[in-house]
Design a binder for this molecule. Structure first.
Ligand SMILES: C[S@@+](CC[C@H](N)C(=O)[O-])C[C@H]1O[C@@H](n2cnc3c(N)ncnc32)[C@H](O)[C@@H]1O
Length: 260
């Protein structure tokens, strides 16, 4: 027993070396995502700076961001922050998607991304784990309605960023973490059901959201109980809706057919 305890970390490491990384799967050559999706159409027509996307994300963006897009098209200044700018292509597509009145900023720790900075699509250089930097960016944006974390994809960074930015999100805002398959990859700080990954953090938000009904210890319980309205899991995308909640209320209407 003692010996197992000692060698367990090493055994797990070796196991993860083999289990880590994507399984081989055959991508259909013509697997073009749902072209009726607005984002798909914009993505496949895009000829500006390069942007790299998994096809199955494209309709998910429509579903998640559709209501914000409609509000934005009607002139509401939706504030959208993308973590991970890379070559700047996604920022350009977000501008087309949300329209001219949206406030769209990007963050990247790679200094070469400073060359992509414009007054229309400001790019801030810094790390997604730097609390003061993030708070300063949100200040410049005058608030925050949507976060899309497409940055380092490392478990610890995703968690830290969430802990800083979720409280700064507006009521009714949406927090999205992308490429959450990395939660299973050792090389990204992940592992199967490993505490602390984005997937496990989101599961614990589900527990916290239900903590009106139980007393089990849950991390981030207080926020989740009062501020998390829904947690959506898609393949490699997690979306957390923020909405101030009041204690659940229950009542009934109608006539009891058994006459009680
Ligand atoms: C997957 S790319 C982003 C792709 C881009 N959103 C797109 O769709 O075209 C990830 C980016 O995150 C940046 N990044 C990695 N770690 C970061 C960190 N700690 N803070 C901020 N940006 C980071 C990288 O420099 C890289 O440009």
């Amino acid at each position: 027993m003692n010996l197992w305890r000692q060698i367990r970390p090493l055994a797990l490491r070796i196991y993860y070396l083999f289990a880590d990384g994507p399984r081989a799967f055959e991508a259909a050559e013509n697997s073009v995502a749902d072209l009726s999706s607005e984002f798909s159409a914009l993505f496949f027509q895009h000829s500006g700076r390069v942007c790299d996307k998994w096809h199955h994300y494209l309709p998910v963006y429509d579903r998640l961001f559709g209501p914000f897009r409609s509000a934005s098209k009607e002139g509401a200044p939706i504030r959208f922050l993308e973590i991970g700018v890379w070559r700047g292509g996604s920022l350009e597509i977000w501008r087309k998607f949300f329209g001219g009145s949206a406030v769209i900023h990007g963050i990247d720790r790679d200094e070469s991304c400073a060359a992509l900075n414009t007054s229309d699509l400001p790019v801030h250089i810094g790390s997604q784990t730097d609390q003061d930097f993030l708070a300063n960016v949100v200040n410049q944006m005058e608030g925050l309605d949507i976060v899309l974390d497409d940055g380092s994809h490392r478990a610890r960074d995703q968690r830290k960023t969430f802990d800083v930015l979720f409280p700064l999100l507006s009521d009714g805002g949406l927090y999205v973490i992308e490429d959450t398959h990395t939660s299973y990859w050792w090389s990204y700080g992940g592992g199967f059901r490993k505490p602390g990954t984005a997937i496990e953090m989101a599961k614990s938000l589900v527990d916290g959201m239900h903590s009106w009904y139980h007393r089990f210890p849950v991390k981030r319980k207080m926020w989740a109980k009062t501020d998390v309205n829904a947690v959506h899991f898609f393949d490699s995308i997690i979306a957390i809706e923020k909405k101030r909640r009041i204690p659940p209320v229950r009542s009934n209407r109608g006539v009891d057919p058994f006459g009680a």
